[in-house]
Ligand binder design. Sequence first.
Ligand SMILES: C[S@@+](CC[C@H](N)C(=O)[O-])C[C@H]1O[C@@H](n2cnc3c(N)ncnc32)[C@H](O)[C@@H]1O
Length: 477
Amino acid sequence: MSTTESQPAVSPFLAPPILTTESTTPSIIHIKRDQLLAKPLSASAEPLTTRFGSFPVSSLLNIPYGSQEESKGFVYILAPTPELWTTSLPHRTQVVYTPDSSYVLSRLRVRPGQTIIEAGAGSGSFTHAAVRAIYGGPEGKGKVLSFEFHAQRAERLREELKDHGLSQHVKLIEGDVCEDGFTFNPSLDKPHTTKPTDPDSVYPDPHAIFLDLPSPHLAIPNIRESTKHAVHLCCFSPCVEQVTKTHTALHAGRWQSVETVELSHRRLEVYYTPKDTVSGDCGSFNEALDKLKVLARGRRERIEKGRWASGQEVDDTEIDQMVEDKKAKSRAKQEGPQQRRPKPTLNDLKLGPKTGEFIPVISRYEPELKTHTSYLTFATLPIKWDEEEEKECKEKVEREKGGYVQVFRKGWTKEQETLNENKKAKQKMMEEKRLKKQEEKRKRKERSQGQAQGGEPEEYGVAEAKEEIKEEVKSEQ
Ligand SMILES: C[S@@+](CC[C@H](N)C(=O)[O-])C[C@H]1O[C@@H](n2cnc3c(N)ncnc32)[C@H](O)[C@@H]1O
């Protein structure tokens, strides 16, 4: 197992839970539900000062994760995970939050042992989620290749990855993927993107690529086809203009299954609306209309009162209307207060729509969920075929014109070929059987015609008839 002195055997980011707090990776301090802090617990670190009191590092070290530590108030000490890191990391850029990264990684079909490219790395939020997805054990082959052209950001992330024990699973490459593509020189200590023409440049042949850049359309032409597997791509775009450019770049290449998804999380507020109850609130359209009418009448009344007081003319019909309104109001007062909306009982819930029902009436954006509006464009680059495979497929398309041919799945041709051959052999056998029967029928007809004309049956007809009788006797036995 390759470990350095300052790094744990397996990073707790990859294999939680470790049981006690350690100084090798930051612990996540839960101060409030929406306030998490990633804090290294090395002996030299400053005490943790919060509005709930001050906590010396010695009181936080070597205690079970999940502990509650008390001072004036209390905080919890949590084991680090990519999710907690995302909500506690020091922001250098806009970050990808967990709802997006988990969806992206599952749509990109990232599996342990695979290679994934991300560009740009930014604050490293997606990097942490990606490294857990490709992690296939300490000796596993999985790798994240993170490209970032901003030198300070790249340096800061490199430090963090080292502190988190993740450097052996992530290669941080400093360079511009739009200009130079995704090739790099592995022999350099701090890998840089290198021009594809550079003899030392290596293309990492990734299974998946995640582009979180302002110009993904300029990086897309630099993605190469693989001869071993399909390449799955996701571009994270904050605006539709970027999506359009991304689609144009994808359609210019051999990309397939191009589609854009918008993730939106909404909270539905569900109210209880009794069906047969007249309520003070607006339970139905007519109730709402009545309520609006009362409001409009009140407004008119106030205007009229103002005009009367200021000595302006008010005609008789207006006065009559006001008298009527007043009468209606006092009638309503005598009838007593309006029936209040009853609270639903357990029985109402059981009866459901008979007496009332819960209906969602308003939806709002979910404030508890951290995410930022984005469009996710997905696409797949099929396996690269060699010339022979390409020719074979073209011929097959020609042969089966009119039928749909699944040209992008290697191996299909062979399978289908065998099936087709079996089918053809069966058809040939059936055809031969049919012709044989036809021939027998024809001969029988000829024989019976010959007998009818009084002629002697032909020799071969007699022998054949004998054979048939023999066969029948055999089958009866
Ligand atoms: C929105 S941030 C990425 C945030 C990151 N995905 C995260 O989860 O923290 C975009 C990053 O891409 C970098 N970037 C932009 N264009 C680039 C390019 N052509 N090559 C490499 N990095 C680039 C920027 O420096 C910036 O740090």
